[in-house]
Design a protein around this ligand. Sequence first.
Ligand code: B12
Length: 344
Amino acid sequence: MTVPTTAPAPALSPADAYHGFLDALAEADEYAAVDVALGLVDAGVPAERVLLDLVAPAQAEVGERWARNAWSVAQEHAATHISERVVAAVAAHANPHPTRGRIVVACMDGEWHALPPRLVAEVLRLRGWQVTFLGASVPAAHLVSYLHRHDAHAVALACALPMRLPHAHRMVEACRRSDVPVVVGGRGFGQDGRWARRLGMAWAPDAPAAADLVADERALRRVAPADVSLLADDEYAGLTKRRGELIESALCALRERFAGMRKYSPAQLDSTVSDLGYIVDFLAAAVYVDDPSLFTEFVEWLVGILVSRGVPAASVGLTLAHYAGELRDFPRAARFLGAARALV
Ligand code: B12
């Protein structure tokens, strides 16, 4: 009789279960979603693969459906809540016991995308680390005081929106002053992590890479220092100082130009003000890392979102032109606005 040297391949894979899982999210059927995920674990699929090959891609698809306006915000929220329950169920089912040091996992201040770092936290736990998950929007000062009271091997910080990069930079610097190494991740650092590198941070594309990096402390601490020479020209500080005034004047310009805006409901006005603010914040973040593509990618995304909701792309063009007029003394911001206007 021959003894098998490797475990047999499971009869089911996350790819087989994907459509059923997505249907359960669409129906807001949390029991069915949990059954699909635990069914895979029972069939021998490692818990880590269930989290990364089933829950993560399904959540990304949820985002695409929201972006196309195929799903309402309520549908997206319901699906996200179910994914959180599924992650908890899979984690409780596996229930690993820690054999390694403590990793603190947290979101940047103002960052509410807690599910992606939760997946990272569970993968680290499955690999034997003792994980403390601090969740969404952790203020830098509170994170640092937590690190002073609890001995941590490393911190994993998440950022989903590039406009939060200046906060991310300050937060990573604060952790380093406490001599705790940091790994960062999430869509906010750019697909290839280029903005993390620009700011001198150790970046991981996904949870397994983050687990490899925290296991190699020398690699984690060996990062090229940030190139912050461009911050010295004060454009970023000037933009954040003028944020309120820029939004207000852009709103007036839009009101003058688009008669339809006079009939806007308070909720529509609110989201217009938010969008005007996002434009300034993404522009400021692009100036901070000195990369126009951060801003142009955002403008392309914003136009797609607005057009799918019946708002004319011209409103974005008009706002960019307005900001360009106001920011004539900000050479880099003006150049980035010019590049984005060419796209719109
Ligand atoms: C759920 C969700 C929300 C929920 C979050 C709830 C929660 N508990 O997480 C809520 C409703 C709060 C939300 C709010 C917003 N959201 Co949202 N959201 C999403 C959504 C649909 C899913 C996020 C997710 O879980 N993805 C699945 C994960 C697994 O994928 P991932 O992020 O790529 O993660 C992988 C890697 O990046 C990496 N990774 C991720 N984090 C980390 C961390 C570390 C330390 C490491 C090492 C690695 C790592 O590992 C992961 C797995 O391998 C995404 C769509 C999407 N495609 O992701 C939009 C999305 C991120 N949101 C978006 C936006 C715009 C917003 C809002 C601004 C919307 C609004 N107008 O209010 C707000 C901003 C709130 C804020 N200030 O943070 C946009 C961002 C677009 C852009 N240009 O930047 C997206 C992409 C939607 C879209 N298609 O347009 N959102």
